[in-house]
Design a protein around this ligand. Structure first.
Ligand SMILES: [Cu+2]
Length: 124
């Protein structure tokens, strides 16, 4: 009788242990659109009043990290269609999941040539 009770107790302890382990491991599904790491790094340099490069080409599904360096003046980069705003010193990482051509512009009133600051993100 004693031995049988002991075995039941062992079974309960084991079951509890398994439940605890499986509870810890799961739930790591993740969002398919969430970027994995930094991906392709692209640095845009802004001057009065231009971007360099003005054209960026990436592949659909590619993870890209876009950063901005203001070499002259105060600018940012707004990528239309992706709705991403990159400020100097604050890189933005996203998955280029939509194909097409997306204009990027300066979204800070930076002076006379503000409207000329236009570039293109091409996702193919
Ligand atoms: Cu501007």
């Amino acid at each position: 009788m004693k031995a049988k009770n002991g075995r039941i107790l062992t079974a309960i302890v084991l079951a509890a242990g398994v439940a605890l382990l499986s509870g810890c491991g799961g739930g790591n599904g993740g969002d398919a659109a969430a970027p994995q790491g930094e991906g392709t790094k692209i640095e845009i340099k802004a001057t009065n009043w231009d971007f360099e490069p003005k054209e960026i080409r990436v592949k659909q599904g590619e993870t890209v990290t876009i950063s901005l360096v203001n070499e002259e003046g105060l600018h940012n980069v707004l990528i239309k269609g992706y709705n991403k705003t990159v400020e100097a010193g604050k890189p933005v990482t996203f998955v280029a999941n939509k194909t097409g051509e997306f204009e990027f512009v300066c979204d800070i009133m930076c002076g006379a040539g503000h409207a000329d600051m236009i570039g293109k993100l091409i996702v193919e």
